[in-house]
Design a protein around this ligand. Structure first.
Ligand code: GDD
Ligand code: MG
Length: 340
């Protein structure tokens, strides 16, 4: 089955990190997020994918110049301008000449979702499109999808106001489409699959959805990105290849003073961690430096950033690439350091 992976978003909620690195190329415990996604796709027999790219496309193309990501053959469909989700699907499908049932995946989701089961359900219902659903506590950040008991979608409500969602089952960002869906997408310009195409399909009665309670996380916010790393460290998301020691992971090419305390920490390549540092639920991206006595909790330290000695960083700081935090600083709240 052919697949289209949407990875062209700007990752605004993960700025400033995403000024340099597209969200799906940010590492989770040392491995770019997109590789975890492709491992899952491959395990369900997906061997070919079109990457729908728009924002910082060269970061993908340069990282995978042989057109293979985690065993899946990829081609790159680079949009001339942001086309939004349905516009991107249309563009990628034309680019790859897709004319049969195909899979669409939001590339920023981390999941063990059963694509094989989703395809079976799609075929048995005779749907034009099928959405995988996942239960969440607060649906207001997602597309909310009420259905009949047989799974026919009654409505598709993208990001309803807090407390007004008709169900807690949300769009998990994995879809099976018949090629006829492409004809419903206006031929040019920006089109949203969530705000235009799904409501139209629901009204036509040809949109179905199937709940799946597999592991699922949208990694788009700093808190979710930290959570995704922690889930790998604690074995919630079973990534086999990671060498976690005492609940933390360190790249062999990093230097950590033996007096430092690591609790669910990720220390990537070429980082330096000084004496008596405490890292708790912290992610250090390549080349970050934490000077002596600093405490970093629930925070992401960008590439080659420096946290000065005896600073205290608490939930939730996102420090951009090469930023310097003066010694003795105390920062917490929704802190973002660094610009374009
Ligand atoms: N190529 C391309 N072009 N990709 C895009 C564009 C675009 O113009 N805009 C967004 N994307 C990609 C993003 O990179 C991401 O992988 C995916 O489309 C979804 O965009 P997000 O910006 O991450 O949307 P969201 O997380 O707020 O909501 C979406 O995902 C939720 C599940 O995680 C919606 O599909 C919700 O309905 C859904 O519940
Ligand atoms: Mg998202």
């Amino acid at each position: 089955m052919k697949s289209i992976i949407l990875v062209g978003g700007e990752g605004t909620r993960l700025r400033p990190l995403t000024y340099e690195t597209p969200k799906q190329m940010l590492p989770l415990v040392g491995v770019p997020m997109i590789e975890s996604l492709f491992e899952t796709l491959l395990s369900h027999g997906v061997t070919d994918a079109v990457l729908a790219l728009g924002y910082l496309p060269d970061r993908f193309i340069e990282a995978y110049p042989t057109n293979v990501i985690a065993g899946v053959r990829v081609t790159y469909a680079v949009e001339p301008e942001p086309l939004d989700t349905a516009g991107a699907i249309r563009f990628a499908a034309e680019f790859a000449g897709i004319d049969e049932t195909f899979l669409v995946v939001n590339g920023d989701v981390l999941t063990d979702l059963n694509i094989t089961k989703l395809l079976e359900f799609h075929r048995s219902s005779g749907a034009e499109a099928t959405i995988a659903l996942h239960p969440v506590e607060d649906p207001s950040r997602f597309g909310v999808v009420p259905t009949t008991p047989e799974g026919r979608v009654l409505a598709f409500v993208e990001k309803p106001p807090h407390g007004q969602a008709p169900t807690n089952l949300i769009n998990a960002g994995t879809y099976i489409f018949e090629p006829s869906v492409l004809e419903r997408i206006a031929p040019t310009g920006r089109v949203s699959v969530e705000r235009e195409i799904f409501p139209a399909l629901a009204a036509a009665g040809t949109l179905y959805a199937m709940p799946d309670d597999a592991y699922w996380l949208d990694t788009g916010t700093p808190q979710a990105y930290l959570r995704a790393n922690r889930d790998i460290l604690t074995g919630q998301d079973k990534r086999p290849s990671v060498n976690v020691v005492n609940g933390s992971w360190r790249h062999p090419l990093s230097t950590i003073d033996p007096s430092a305390v690591l609790v669910h920490a990720v220390v990537d390549r070429d980082c330096r961690v000084g004496a008596n540092v405490v890292l708790e639920d912290a992610v250090l991206l390549p080349g970050a430096v934490i000077e002596e006595g600093a405490v970093v909790r629930m925070s992401i330290i960008g590439p080659e950033a420096v946290v000065g000695s005896y600073s205290m960083l608490g939930a939730t700081c996102v420090v951009g690439a090469k930023e310097h935090i003066a010694p003795g600083s105390v920062l917490s709240g929704d802190v973002r350091l660094g610009g374009v």
